[in-house]
Design a protein around this ligand. Sequence first.
Ligand SMILES: Nc1ncnc2c1ncn2[C@@H]1O[C@H](COP(=O)(O)OP(=O)(O)OP(=O)(O)O)[C@@H](O)[C@H]1O
Length: 240
Amino acid sequence: MGDARRPPAVPVPAVETADRAELYRALEASLGCTFRSDPLSPNPNPLIIVISGPSGVGKDAVIKRLREVREGIHFVVTATSRAKRVGEIDGKDYFFVSKEEFLSMVDRNELLEYALVYGEYKGIPKQQIKEFMAKGYDVVLRVDIQGAATLRRILRDSALFVFLVAESESELVKRLIDRKTETKETLMVRIATAREEVKHIRDFDYVVVNAEGKLDGAVKCVESIIDAEKAKVRQRNVVI
Ligand SMILES: Nc1ncnc2c1ncn2[C@@H]1O[C@H](COP(=O)(O)OP(=O)(O)OP(=O)(O)O)[C@@H](O)[C@H]1O
């Protein structure tokens, strides 16, 4: 008895002599199907990339460069009650709001997480994340270690957590001094805090060294991590 589903026998020409198109069509006819040209793997999910690390390690510098070199990334602008530093732009570097405004955002449940850091509030607006992920963008969140710990509790493994470090404590201190944004008191606090913070590396997925004069190397490393995430068979799936 013949198999009704089997395609009729079609001669397939010899590979040595047939041209590519002829061979392709003959293979389709012989196998009884058309070869599909839609992608074999689905589009990767948009990512939430949490970038954290001690004060002065270069979080802002790395993110700024990453935005210059990579498309499809949205940097979520944090809301803060702290005063603007020279050169910072409202709505670009941070949303600068009063303490009262900040607390009403909290009341309206508009923040994914927030914290009181060095006496000032900082928080991540949810709406921006939802809006850009819906458009297919990866979103980058820049938080201190305390914020990263809170986000880990909220987002679990659905987000990608990257810890930035300097190559040594000594380099981190020099970088903080050179930035000229600190008083001797805040320098002491930031250095002491950084010592404690390095102990939290284990709660992160990746650690990236931002070495002196090697900002581009650190950015390339972050890009490689994102690329690897995009190629994962089991993708992270964010629900906020
Ligand atoms: N790889 C690097 N080499 C040299 N200088 C760097 C490098 N990365 C960052 N810097 C400089 O170090 C200083 C601190 O960087 P940045 O302000 O980005 O740190 P941060 O982690 O965002 O700090 P904070 O959490 O206090 O806001 C800046 O003056 C920045 O230009």
